[in-house]
Write a protein that binds this ligand. Structure first.
Ligand SMILES: Cc1cc2nc3c(=O)[nH]c(=O)nc-3n(C[C@H](O)[C@H](O)[C@H](O)COP(=O)(O)OP(=O)(O)OC[C@H]3O[C@@H](n4cnc5c(N)ncnc54)[C@H](O)[C@@H]3O)c2cc1C
Length: 470
């Protein structure tokens, strides 16, 4: 359960940090060593950094700005293979709108994606359930499952087809250090970006899109509230026992963490199974057959139940039935897994991270560099794409109204608009993780009754969905 002290710490840190923090000072770089100067440098070309480069480059208000994207890993040629990648993300409607506006979505659609039209989440300790259906909540798909590398490829395809003259992208460009802009009067000077090959770039605005271990954030010297969940997200591509339309996302809350199946096509789903680190190591060592058995157990096995909890849950169901509200009795049965794609198993560490400031003079953070969440609600990269949209809009507004792109009031607008959305989401996701990794009967009872009530109250469900999908 989210401790009130954790919540207070988060909010206090966010509120008490209105003054920009002092930046780390490095030795000054001589003017003649600077290879090139840019208006904007984006450090990190993951899904968020690449999309930001596309959004800024395509924005006509910014056509006079010189933009550079630096990505440490090499530019890999993408080939759509019959087998799915084991790294996928669930993209929400807001992300789809952003991708549509940038003409990236068409490349994803042309390749492949799977819509999620129904979602069922249930508690292994009580069978309390919540379900979401696109027809009764959004009148649109709940989410879309897209492979990470396909998304990156789609952005790159769009960038290649558009030929954005003011945008340069360098792959295999490892940044080794930063000398950040100093500012006494909140007007930024210049940021220096040092590359591991000795090149030096300068820019007005540096955007850190360099992931959860962001070196830009470290160079900003801002407070970063973070913890590890001591859990790993075990992923794999699953082949289901039966072919169906397969547009349902399943998530079962086990006392050890949630196991989720995200649909890929009629017969395949992607697994994201959050387990404690030792269990993750054990799962990775199993043979494919043993692993399939373990996944089927996670989906189907009957966990020990408290009689008291069961009695209360069934009493609540009958009350809801009498009141003419959904009682959760109508449920779909999850699929069984037949086998997995060989070599598709992997595990990723899971943690929480909140950068108290998203900005410093001449610097802004986006994506996992600013915030990291547990994948249980499929929110991580969607929050990052929200950053992309807001930052692009606010920078365009700043230019349009005659301000510098580094003007503090516009950067502060970006920070507050994003933190207003991201921080409550992060707190809610963290609270869910804590609430569901205990099997004490009073806690199981409280969360089961809460889940039943939420499932029954349509406006509440709608509110949750609208926050998660926007
Ligand atoms: C198991 C799992 C499942 C997930 N499922 C979902 C989901 O369903 N939905 C969802 O929304 N999110 C999901 N997420 C979260 C999502 O994957 C992340 O939020 C997302 O990858 C963050 O993207 P990013 O571009 O901000 O950071 P990253 O992907 O970390 O990209 C950072 C980039 O910066 C580059 N970089 C770093 N340092 C340097 C340097 N010094 N020089 C040059 N380049 C550098 C790196 O090479 C990298 O390309 C999941 C995460 C996990 C672990």
């Amino acid at each position: 359960m989210l401790l009130p002290s954790t919540l207070r710490r988060l909010l206090a840190l966010t509120n008490n940090s209105k003054a920009l923090l002092p930046l780390r000072t490095l030795a000054t770089v001589k003017e003649e060593t600077i290879k090139e100067k840019y208006d904007i440098i984006i450090a990190g070309g993951g899904m968020v950094g690449c999309t930001l480069a596309c959004a800024l480059g395509k924005n006509s208000v910014m056509s006079n700005l010189k933009i550079l994207l630096l990505e440490g890993s090499p530019n890999q040629t993408y080939q759509l293979k019959p087998e799915y990648s084991n790294r996928v993300v669930a993209l929400n409607q807001n992300t789809k709108s952003l991708m549509n506006s940038l003409k990236i979505w068409r490349h994803i659609e042309k390749a492949r994606l799977q819509p999620v039209r129904y979602m069922q989440v249930w508690d292994a300790c009580s069978d309390a359930l919540i379900s979401f259906s696109s027809s009764d909540i959004l009148d649109d798909d709940i989410a879309y499952i897209v492979e990470n590398d396909l998304l990156l490829h789609a952005v790159n395809t769009e960038l290649a087809s558009t030929e954005i003259e003011n945008l340069k992208i360098v792959y295999g460009a490892k940044i080794s250090d930063y000398q950040l802009s100093k500012s006494d009067n909140k007007t930024a000077t210049e940021n220096i970006v040092k590359m591991s090959n000795g090149d030096v770039y300068a820019c007005e605005l540096l955007i850190g899109a360099d992931g959860a271990n962001s070196a830009v954030r470290k160079a900003m010297g801002v407070q970063y509230l973070s913890w590890n969940y001591d859990q790993m997200g075990v992923v794999a591509t699953l082949h289901l026992a039966e072919e169906t339309e397969n547009t349902t996302a399943w998530q079962r809350w086990l006392p050890t963490g949630p196991v989720a199946l995200l649909p890929l096509d009629n017969s395949r789903s992607s697994l994201v199974w959050s387990v404690w680190q030792d269990e993750a190591k054990r799962l990775l060592k199993l043979s494919d057959e043993e692993f399939v058995d373990a996944v089927n157990d996670a989906l189907w096995k009957q966990y020990p139940r408290s009689k008291g909890v069961e009695a209360c849950v069934s009493w609540m169901s009958s009350c809801l039935r009498k009141a003419g509200l959904p009682d959760g009795a109508v449920r779909q049965l999850p699929p069984s897994v037949r086998h997995i794609t060989a070599g598709s198993r992997a595990a990723f560490p899971l943690g929480f991270g909140h950068s108290v400031r998203y900005i410093a003079p001449g610097v802004a953070l986006v994506g996992d560099a600013a915030h990291r969440v547990h994948p249980l609600a499929g929110q991580g990269v969607n929050l990052g794409f929200g950053d992309v949209k807001d930052l692009t809009d606010l920078l365009a507004d700043a230019i349009y109204t005659g301000y510098e792109i580094t003007h503090h009031s516009w950067l502060e607008k970006y920070e507050s608009s994003r933190q207003r959305h991201n921080v409550p989401t992060q707190i809610a996701v963290d609270a869910l993780h804590r609430l569901y990794t205990v099997d004490l009967p009073p806690i199981v009872l409280a969360r089961s009754l809460g889940l039943q009530l939420t499932n029954a109250l349509h406006p509440l469900k709608k509110m949750i969905m609208s926050h998660a999908t926007t």
